[in-house]
Design a binder for this molecule. Structure first.
Ligand code: BES
Ligand code: ZN
Ligand code: ZN
Length: 515
């Protein structure tokens, strides 16, 4: 993967050579202010002129680009100067809204760099009093790196030499203490890198990213960060009675894998279990999906990718809670050996299930992973993440992921982590009435619950496998790709969930949820 160097410097910005020098200005709070946004002396005249002409007032999304023509006179060594508006920021502005403004600004900046072929940039850090300099740099870095993402692995033959290859060097200047800015930069790099890795996995096609590649990646990650890696193979699953994942895998030529990564800190206060749906291609099985758009079902592993990438961040940041990740991985294929509608299977915990629709496969593999993970690791809380239902797109569109939980404090903690990350979650209800919808005449439960409330009945299925353990389920079918259009979210897979998990882990602090 391309790496972008990021440094924090105390040098005068004029003296730094760069393709682009960037300033971020807040819009004056007063309505119809007659004065230009306050700014550094170096750019004051240009900003004032642009303001007087009505071209720039500091509004969010506004930019002013110019070329310091008389380099010797002003001694500016950068080729271009860009001033970017951040909009109005006052003490009442929600901190998470400021984070989002900065990420968006970083994303837009990455877009401009691509347009003007800027590879080295210097950013004068804005002084935003309500958030720390560390947070400011963290969010800008996240936005920049997430916005600078590209997946060109399979495009080598058509790529031109002149094509933009991304940012090489970002320098931050201007805010003290340098130490906290550096720490913020590091955090931003970790989060963005993890999310971009999740995007890379998702962008791989169904023939490039199977359960095998998933496991190999996890194994490498484990050796890089000293995590424990375990992979349950098909034989192990048979011995353990994991009838859900085995059934889904029945039609496939590639064996299933249950990938487990464990991070254990020296002093463990609490353990979080993350489970991610790793369907590397979902054809629907015998209940075949329509062909239009079926290629998008290579993204059906985005939950698994999010969990695996969150473990990279865990490896980097070494939090003081234990984190275990489980990814049940297989593709869902059709054919003569595939599982049939009407078949009855037995999950790891003994619960039997009537497979009414083979396209409702996510819940079947997650069920075994959840029951197994809870039994073996006895976590204090568990969060699963999955592109589980088309119904969540009908209900929430592409702007919120759906969440179902059996625990209010865990649910609140996740909603707040999602808000901080710019990955909004919306809680849906779950009660006996929904659970009734998945009652089967011939088995303990069935794998679909009828037309209504599809996202909730899918969660009701999962609930059968978590017992009383505090649990939350994230349905990212609408946000794993096609997520809300933002400057730092590209058109394809978004990496949704990775940064929410990072914030969740930061906020966890040995949390013991009421059972
Ligand atoms: N992977 C799909 C859900 C999905 C649909 C994700 C669209 C992203 C975009 C899942 O396995 C599935 O097929 N679910 C079915 C469930 C139904 C058969 C009860 C669905 O949503 O149609
Ligand atoms: Zn499906
Ligand atoms: Zn699926």
């Amino acid at each position: 993967m391309k790496t972008t160097r990021i440094s924090v410097t105390g040098k005068k910005v004029q003296t730094i050579e760069a393709d682009l020098l960037v300033y971020c200005l807040a819009q004056p709070l007063k309505k119809n202010s007659k004065t230009a946004p306050p700014c550094d002396a170096l750019i004051r005249q240009q900003v004032k002129t642009a303001f007087d002409l009505g071209d720039f007032s500091g509004k969010d999304g506004e930019t002013l680009m110019y070329y310091p023509a008389l380099k010797e006179e002003t001694a500016v060594k950068a080729n271009r100067i860009m001033v970017m508006g951040m909009g109005k920021i006052n003490q009442e502005t929600d901190a998470s809204a400021v984070f989002e403004t900065l990420r968006e600004l970083g994303g837009r900046l990455a877009g401009t760099c691509k347009k003007v072929n800027a590879k080295t940039i210097t950013i004068c850090l804005p002084d935003i009093t309500m958030i720390s300099p560390g947070k400011t740099s963290q969010c800008l870095v996240e936005g920049l790196l997430l916005g600078d993402y590209r997946f060109e692995k399979y495009k080598a033959a058509t790529r031109k030499k002149t094509d933009y290859t991304g940012l090489k060097l970002i320098r931050f200047s201007g805010l003290n203490p340098v130490k906290s800015v550096r720490a913020g930069v590091k955090k931003g790099q970790i989060a963005a890198h993890a999310a971009c890795e999740a995007r890379n996995m998702a962008n791989e096609p169904g023939n490039g990213w199977t359960s095998k590649e998933f496991a190999a990646y996890a194994k490498d990650l484990a050796s890089e960060y000293g995590l424990k890696f375990t992979c349950l193979e098909k034989k192990d699953m048979e011995n353990l009675g994991m009838g859900g994942i085995l059934a889904v895998n029945q039609g496939s030529a590639i064996p299933p894998r249950m990938i487990i990564l464990e991070y254990t800190p020296e002093k463990k206060s609490s353990t979080l279990l993350l489970v991610g749906k790793g369907i590397t291609f979902d054809s629907g099985g015998i209940s075949l999906k329509p062909s239009a758009g079926m290629e998008e079902m290579k993204y059906d592993m985005c939950g698994g990718a999010a969990v695996l990438s969150a473990m990279r961040a865990v490896g980097e940041e070494k939090p003081d809670i234990g984190v275990v990740a489980i990814i049940p991985a297989t593709d869902n294929m059709s054919g003569s050996s595939a599982v049939r509608p009407g078949d009855i299977i037995r999950h790891f915990n003994g619960v039997t299930s009537e497979i009414v629709n083979t396209d409702a496969e996510g819940r079947m593999i997650l069920a075994d992973a959840l029951a197994y993970g809870i039994k073996i690791f006895k976590p204090d809380g568990v969060v699963d993440i999955a592109t589980l239902t088309g119904a969540v797109i009908i209900g929430l569109g592409h702007h919120h992921a759906g969440m179902v939980s059996n625990n209010d404090p865990l649910s609140d903690l996740l909603i707040s982590a999602g808000k901080t990350a710019g990955e909004p979650l919306w809680r849906l209800p779950l009660n006996k009435a929904y659970k009734k919808q998945i009652e089967s005449k011939v088995a303990d439960i069935k794998n679909i619950g009828g037309k209504s409330g599809g996202s909730i009945t899918a969660a009701a299925y999962l609930a059968e496998f978590v017992g009383k353990t505090p649990w939350a389920h994230l349905d990212i079918a609408g946000t794993a790709w096609n997520f809300t259009e933002k400057a730092y979210i590209p058109k394809g897979p978004s990496g949704f969930g990775v940064r929410t998990f990072i914030h969740l882990i930061h906020a966890w602090k040995g949390q013991k949820f009421n059972r």
